[in-house]
Design a protein around this ligand. Structure first.
Ligand code: FAD
Ligand code: SIN
Length: 531
């Protein structure tokens, strides 16, 4: 089956939905989501969205400096300025689409503060900001006559000249995207979506690791697709581990205990009630996440414990319940009353700073292919993302890409000679165990060798083992009818490979990439002075 659209949007998080809404003013849009529209990282966001709105106390320069400092000196200065100065207009857009951010009695936004921010500037909706943004965007999408929604449709690969019999090489400047092959998970049919412009908005990669805050959809599909199509990928070594996810071994993904709770006054402690963050950084519990996550990791290694504690019992119980109702109820459901007991927490893979390299208009290195949100690498986050900057990046880049791609769409025709998917000679793979076992192996390798602390030896071990799983999985893929699980495994292996290779190339410790073999930051690589 073939379908033709002006725009193909892959992903239904903040980036994909807001891009779709904007470009739908100019043409027909297909919005493809691998499960239901609501299952996204966006829906899980708790803390909020960073933007300068209180102009009496805050200003763009402060937010810009905070972003560069968190990014450990290698953020792209043009991107940082673009995103931060465009924040207020995009917040206004979210409000117009029906998003509700909490306000104080005087009508001003109730702003929170999180690690690395010098001012209170986080707009939020209780402790479930992402769900509120997702709700508002979906209600707009569902009413839009120009947007066709395809839930339970899994994008397998983007279509390029490679599918017309030509090999794409990384140095080629004219690789072009003509759409994507998409699996209808209910009928098992593979649909050829032809599009004039394609937007990749597939989110993060957390499920490459054993412990993650990301929902199961985050398997790095978009990045893997672009990598296979020989597009440029960047910054994959910078994986952000959130310091405080709820320790509850029965559960995947790990439930997040928002950083806003430390902004509110919660304190990290060991089992005996002693504090430790002051040993690692003068900003204590509100130091940037890489520092806090490494400190917790180190304390867990010293004590042999599986977690540390976050203590909020000294705060007013009613206020705590009022500010963090979702966290209060979640912890209560597993027998922890956070107003009386400390919360067991552990770092978890949370966010990818790198991804598909894009320019200031959201263009990838492949013609007619844009990327936005967590799967993209804009340069905003450098070596470490400042809390609550990612929802902001997603909506700002959706906006710049929407503006830029309108003309591209108008100047492009569909490529009619693209062949349909050919799976002749393949069979249904009945052995799910091959996939589940390989998945577990990838996650263990990545967590044990390519986690918060790395070394040359660990990275080499990881690569050697991953290569074996890669070969076995490619054989299975070539012999099988495609399924979402098999494709996700293949994508996770590609992502693991990219993280390891880029980590091996970085001969320094910087931001989220910390290696025992090169403990210092190479200041010659700085794009911004942070000392
Ligand atoms: P997502 O929202 O993850 O959406 C990805 C979409 O792509 C999904 O619809 C998925 O189904 C689809 N998709 C993926 N692969 C395929 C495929 N092969 N075919 C079809 N569809 C596909 N950031 C902040 O700024 N503030 C916060 O407070 C905050 N809190 C967070 C809390 C948690 C627990 C987590 C996990 C993240 C948090 N983040 C926060 C990060 C932020 O939520 C994400 O970076 C952001 O939402 C990413 O948006 P996105 O649109 O790029 O991707
Ligand atoms: C959090 O609420 O701690 C997460 C914020 C973020 O990831 O930006």
């Amino acid at each position: 089956m073939r379908k033709k659209y002006d725009y193909l949007v892959i992903g239904s998080g903040a980036a994909g939905l807001s891009y779709a809404l904007k470009v739908a003013e100019n043409g027909k849009v297909a919005l493809v989501s691998k499960t239901t529209l609501e299952v996204t990282n966006t829906s899980k966001a708790q803390g909020g969205i960073a933007a300068v709105t209180d102009i009496e106390k805050d200003n763009y320069e402060k937010h810009i400096i905070d972003t560069h400092i968190a990014g450990a000196g290698i953020c792209d200065p043009d991107t940082v300025r673009l995103v931060i100065t465009k924040a207020p207009e995009q917040i206004k857009q979210l409000l117009e689409w029906g998003t509700d951010f909490d306000k104080k009695a005087d009508g001003q936004f109730d702003l929170h503060k999180e690690g690395g921010h010098s001012e209170f500037r986080i707009l939020h909706h209780l402790d479930n900001t992402g769900e509120e943004i997702q709700r508002a965007l979906i209600s707009q999408i569902k009413n839009h006559p120009n947007i066709d929604v395809y839930e339970n449709h899994f994008a397998i690969d983007i279509i390029t000249q490679h599918h017309l019999g030509r090999s794409n090489e990384p140095w080629m400047r004219d690789i072009k995207c003509y759409g994507a092959y998409v699996l209808n998970e209910k009928t098992h049919e593979i649909i050829t979506f032809l599009s004039k412009v394609t937007m990749m908005a597939t989110g993060g990669v957390g499920n490459v690791y054993q412990v993650t805050t990301n929902p199961t959809i985050s398997t790095g599909d978009g990045i893997a697709m672009v990598f296979r199509a020989k597009g440029i990928i960047k910054g994959m070594e910078f994986i952000q581990f959130h310091p405080t996810s709820l320790y509850n071994p029965q559960e995947r993904p790990n439930f997040l205990i928002t950083e806003a709770m430390r902004g509110y006054g919660a304190i990290l402690k060991l089992k005996d009630g002693s504090t430790f963050m002051e040993k690692y950084d003068e900003r204590g519990c509100l130091a940037p996440r890489d520092i806090v996550a490494r400190a917790i990791d180190n304390e867990m290694k010293i004590s042999g414990d599986d977690f540390v504690y976050l203590d909020v019992t000294h705060k007013n119980p009613e206020e705590t319940k009022h500010h963090f109702p979702m966290i209060y109820n979640k912890c209560l459901s597993i027998g922890i009353d956070i107003t009386k007991e400390m919360i067991p927490v552990v770092p978890a893979a949370h966010y990818l700073c790198g991804g598909i390299k894009v320019d200031l208009n959201g263009r990838s290195s492949i013609n007619n292919l844009y990327a936005a949100g967590e799967c993209s690498c804009t340069g905003l986050h450098g070596a470490n993302r400042l809390a609550s900057n990612s929802l902001l990046e997603a909506i700002v880049y959706a906006d710049v890409a929407a503006k830029d791609s309108t003309e591209v769409m108008r100047q492009t025709e569909w490529r009619e000679d693209v062949p349909d998917w050919d799976d002749e000679g393949t069979v249904h793979n009945e052995e799910m165990i091959l996939i589940t076992q390989a998945n577990k192996e990838v996650e263990t390798i990545m967590s044990n060798y390519v986690g918060i602390v790395r070394s040359n030896l660990r990275l080499k071990r990881a690569l050697d083992r991953l290569e074996i799983i890669y070969r076995e999985t490619e054989d299975l893929y070539n012999a099988s009818k495609v399924s979402m699980k098999l494709c996700e495994l293949r994508n996770k292996i590609n992502i693991g490979y990219l993280i390891i290779k880029m980590a091996q190339k970085r001969h320094e410790s910087r931001g989220l990439h910390y290696t025992l073999d090169y403990k210092e930051r190479n200041k010659k690589l700085d794009t911004y002075p942070i000392d």
